[in-house]
Write a protein that binds this ligand. Structure first.
Ligand SMILES: NC(=O)N[C@@H](CC(=O)O)C(=O)O
Ligand SMILES: [Zn+2]
Ligand SMILES: [Zn+2]
Length: 428
């Protein structure tokens, strides 16, 4: 079916103008004023903002092995509802996509069950164990998007260096969860105000930043695109900024919760919806992340959507797993509690969800242009609604943002010209 999206507002440079968009055979065929219907089904976008489909390059889909937490089907339904048309799935599944056979299984499963485009990450080391490097070439050929051991840091410099050299030869990126195991100290929260107050063991900032400092030097030596996952500390931001200035090919992402919360927002030592890795850091760290995003040190926003089952998150701050969900709340939260509060413009926010991740990884998405795949998100900037985890399509309900009032809810999501989700049709 071909669509004509009528009368939505699109960004033309810095300005918002009314345009119609004609979708033909899955592609954007025309963008113009009052386009004539040529037999398409019309979508009335009056009052809605029309943007490129959102891109989230850091999510956990849990399949295979963790289907009780999330599946490719449920996670991508949540993605579509959140306005995302392209997501990248992390490899901390069971089994891990660390060989071509497993990657082929994964790409097939994605083809069969995903509601949006999924770019699968392959592991850097077998079983994410940090010992034996994967076959980079075979995994690239089997469909890997990039390489990461997300969930754990690559502990030794030598392994990371070798991985970067191999990835660089193939023109692929190394995407890093930066965490030095010798500096975790069994912590559950950031080492700072809240750890002092609660008596909980803290994870110091250096646990993350020393890995980044090590890795930017390795990336320079290996001439590799090195991407930092979920950056969280001021020292990390400074290190990435300095490395960029030195011409090193380093990029970074930040997650919505690190932009919106600090450890002082944790209500009590039992609320595990505030437990994630990296942990919520200090107010100063949060401020540094905001500055880093605004000055281009941090390239884009990624949710680190990490669903866990209710009983797992009921095990208390020390025993419960790290992670919170993010796909269905990221844009409304940041529109309402970040852009509208004056930290950035709407245009900047949309770019960090679309063109910026696309540009960082050379993807064929993230812009509304004639001849591009019709991956399009429609947003209702005025509609106000309170976050209610029971309404999530994700199996994960673990969010610290329940009850937050937000505007800017996605109203419809098109992937390759097909309507994958629209308001009032959750079961599409
Ligand atoms: N971020 C998290 O707190 N958890 C992630 C792992 C990760 O992203 O490192 C998970 O897989 O649950
Ligand atoms: Zn991680
Ligand atoms: Zn992650």
């Amino acid at each position: 079916m071909n669509w004509l999206i009528k009368n939505g507002k699109v960004f033309e440079n810095e300005e918002m103008v009314h345009k119609d968009i004609r979708i033909k055979d899955g592609w954007i065929a025309e963008i113009g004023d009052q386009l004539e219907n040529q037999g398409e089904k019309e979508f009335d976008a009056t009052g809605l903002l029309v943007t490129p489909g959102f891109v989230d390059l850091h999510i956990h889909l849990r399949e295979p092995g963790g289907e009780y937490k999330e599946t490719i089907e449920s996670g991508t339904a949540a993605a579509a509802k959140g306005g995302f048309t392209t997501v990248a799935s992390m490899p901390n599944t069971n089994p891990v996509p660390d060989n071509a056979g497993q990657m082929e299984w994964l790409t097939n499963r994605i083809k069969e069950t995903a509601h949006v485009k999924v770019l699968p990450y392959a592991a850097i080391t077998e079983g994410l164990q940090g010992e034996n490097l994967v076959n980079f070439k075979a995994l690239k050929e089997a469909g890997a998007f990039a390489f990461t051991d997300d969930g754990v840091g690559v502990q030794t410099a030598a392994k990371m260096y070798e991985a970067m050299q191999k990835a660089s030869e193939l023109d692929m990126a190394i995407v890093a969860h930066c965490e030095d195991n010798s500096l975790i100290y069994g912590g559950a929260v950031h080492e700072g105000e809240f750890s002092k107050k609660s008596g909980l063991q803290g994870i110091p900032s250096i646990c993350e930043s020393v890995h980044i400092a090590r890795d930017v030097l390795l990336a320079e030596a290996a001439d590799c695109h090195y991407h930092v996952c979920h950056i969280s500390t001021k020292e990390s931001v400074r290190t990435v900024r300095d490395a960029k200035r030195a011409g090193i090919k380093v990029t970074a992402e930040v997650s919505p919760h690190h932009l919106l919360l600090s450890d002082e927002d944790i209500p009590n030592a039992d609320d595990t919806n505030y437990k994630m890795n990296p942990p919520l850091r200090s107010k100063d760290d949060r401020q540094a992340l905001i500055e880093g995003l605004l000055d281009g040190t941090i390239d884009f926003i990624a949710t680190d959507h990490a669903p866990h089952a209710k009983d797992e998150k009921a095990r208390g701050m020390i025993e419960s797993p790290f992670g919170i969900v993010g796909l269905e709340t990221a844009f409304p939260l940041l529109y309402t509690h970040f852009a509208e509060k004056g930290y950035c413009t709407l245009k900047q926010l949309v770019d960090w969800f679309t063109a910026a991740p696309s540009k960082t990884f050379n993807l064929d998405c993230g812009t509304l242009d004639i001849g591009k795949p019709a991956d399009i998100t429609l947003i209702d900037l005025k509609k106000e609604q309170t976050i209610n985890p029971n309404q999530f399509l994700s199996k994960g309900k673990n969010t610290p943002f329940a009850g937050w009032a937000c505007k800017g809810w996605p109203a419809a999501t098109f992937v390759n010209g097909k309507l994958k989700w629209s308001e009032g049709r959750d079961d599409e």
